[in-house]
Design a protein around this ligand. Structure first.
Ligand code: CO
Length: 283
């Protein structure tokens, strides 16, 4: 027995099938009903299909203001392009970290006509003081995402935050997001350290993982929302057969959230301004 104290699973969440962009079929794992509980995270979608009818239409030109999007590809290729002159190709294992800030218009289009497209898009809120900063983005290829390999066979891709003393590809000051992709071989256990003040969840995308204390089995394509129990060290993950999961956590902003589609601000007045600025071509 280790002395590691794990958070409990507070709720198991089943994603809701949704259609977005030009008609992309996806699973909305974290929706608007959980935005306050999982502050600073606003949304998590999983797109996963080998049927081009489910993804081929992509996400044609659309605006964003007031937050960041983090797209993590496991399989497939997605080309993005924005109205500030940025363009790039997101390939398997890579991440695109985009800060919409005061606003941009971009497209995210699959660059494949068949085969599996699998990945995630997470929306991370910006503090009110940063919502109107200049838009910015970074493409992080797979080779630039640190991987921690433990003797147990567990491997951890550190997209953001840090794990086992290894700093991830991205850090963010105010919300300090932790974004880990944990691969557990059969019979292994991993204790992920998570600040007790953070809101946190685990999304199992392959296999079954027994999570938390008291232990609870979480199946494929289920999200475990973790309780914020005082004095805990993080969350324990155990797999009887091979399994994979995203472990995501962040420091809550505790600011009002006002959302209208792709705009996330602090008040309805700011949303009205976002809509009129977008219509006036100011993005
Ligand atoms: Co977008």
């Amino acid at each position: 027995m280790s002395s590691f104290r794990s958070r409990p699973v507070e709720t198991l969440v089943h994603g809701i099938p949704a259609t977005d962009g030009g008609g992309v079929q996806l699973l909305r794992v974290l929706g608007q009903n959980l935005q306050r509980r999982l502050d600073p995270f606003l949304m998590l979608d999983e797109f996963r299909s080998d049927d081009p009818n489910d993804y081929g239409a992509g996400f044609p030109d659309h605006p964003h203001r007031g937050f960041e999007t983090v797209t993590y590809m496991l399989a497939g290729r997605m080309r993005h392009q924005d109205n500030h002159g940025n363009a790039g190709l997101l390939t398997a294992g890579g991440v695109q970290w985009m800060t919409a800030g005061r606003g941009l218009v971009h497209s995210e289009m699959p660059e494949q006509e068949d085969g599996l497209m699998h990945g995630f898009q997470l929306w991370l809120n910006l503090p009110s003081a940063s919502k109107m900063i200049e838009p910015w983005y970074r493409d992080i290829p797979e080779a630039e995402i640190p991987v921690v390999r433990l003797d147990s066979g567990v491997s951890i891709r550190v997209v953001a935050g840090s794990a086992e003393g290894v700093r991830g590809a991205m850090t963010r000051e105010r919300t300090e997001p932790l974004y880990l992709d944990v691969h557990l071989p059969a019979g292994s256990r991993y204790d992920a350290v998570v600040d007790a003040a953070f809101n946190a969840f685990v999304y199992v995308y392959a296999g079954v993982i027994t999570l938390g204390e008291p232990a609870r089995a979480v199946g494929e394509r289920q999200m475990a929302l973790l309780g914020n129990a005082a004095g805990t060290d993080g969350v324990s993950l155990q797999a009887e057969t091979g399994a994979r999961a995203l472990v995501i956590a962040g420091r809550p902003l505790r600011e009002p959230i006002a959302q209208y589609g792709p705009f996330v601000m602090n008040s309805t007045e700011e949303l009205d301004q976002a809509i009129s600025d977008y219509r006036a071509g100011l993005f």
